[in-house]
Write a protein that binds this ligand. Sequence first.
Ligand code: TXA
Ligand code: MG
Length: 342
Amino acid sequence: MSQQKPLSGPEMDRAASVLRAGGLVAFPTETVYGLGADARNVNAVARVFAVKGRPTDHPLIVHLGDARQLAAWAHDVPLSAWRLAEAFWPGPLTLILPRLADVPDAVTGGLDTVALRVPGHPMALALLAAFGDGVAAPSANRYGRVSPTSAGDVAEELGQAVDLILDGGRCEVGIESTILDMSCDPPRLLRPGPVTASALQRVLGRPLAQTVDKDVRAPGRKPSHYAPRARVILASSDNVAQQVQAWREQDKRVGVLAPRRPADLPDDVIWLRFTGSVREQAHALYSRLREADHLGLQVLVAAMPEERELGHALCDRLRRAAGLGEGGDPMVQSRQISRSNT
Ligand code: TXA
Ligand code: MG
């Protein structure tokens, strides 16, 4: 494994040839780093699952260099999907579409749909252009863990298991793409993200479906995801102090993730800065969760942001980091509460 920056033309050709030879290349996108493999090479795709420790029926996103390549992966692409592609690509939006028959099952987990996106990072686009076809890439972290937002994070997560790590600096957006299922009518939001529901609805000219998919393979249906080692406790801004107190009494090493340092915070409690706009918070989220690990925190009390626009995606990731899954599934919540009592 080697790390490098910046990339010249010949170096990008080398990265593309690693992919062509069935190797794994970790690369930056505007959202998080991806662990890339040739999407048409089933052995290379199998290596991605092995390295991540991810169940093989969880499908991967195929990354494309150009929206026109959609037609090489999906059929019956509705006009509305082309419109969304035009409005948001390159960018943090993934579209689920009916897949063509030659798309490997290894990529789609045997589903009859495929996830596609053109990422908005110059290095990702250069890699995809040099490679010339689809690159299957999940986030470059071990299954269930915090997504990497720097090349150093990837090395920490996957180290020698990757053939090449391309260093494109810290990811600008910092949380994963919005996933929209366009294989149903009306389209359905599967993962909230940087492209908000209202922005999608503006382009589509109609509301998204409200139904929730119970398939655990759909994004983030696994209730615990994006999780640091510390136990994450969600709090409203006015009960952070109370939560901190309760966990300190249990002799836990406690940290706080909040926009401001709470007044009268005891000296042994670490404040992880979560300042600025929601956009800045999204950018910082995963590096703060990693910091919590590096500091050996056992409990992280997180103040929930306002749940609107990009805040919706931020709350979704924090809920999963807390093991609460979508919208705080009451079953899972009661399990977590009972665990907290033991
Ligand atoms: O921002 C992102 O989307 C990043 C960067 C690297 O592009 N990728 C990413 O990949 O987050 P991953 O594998 O960590 O998450 C992709 C999600 C998975 O939860 C998977 O279940 C879902 O996309 N997915 C993929 N194909 C699908 C399909 N055909 N139907 C439903 N969900 C699908
Ligand atoms: Mg992931």
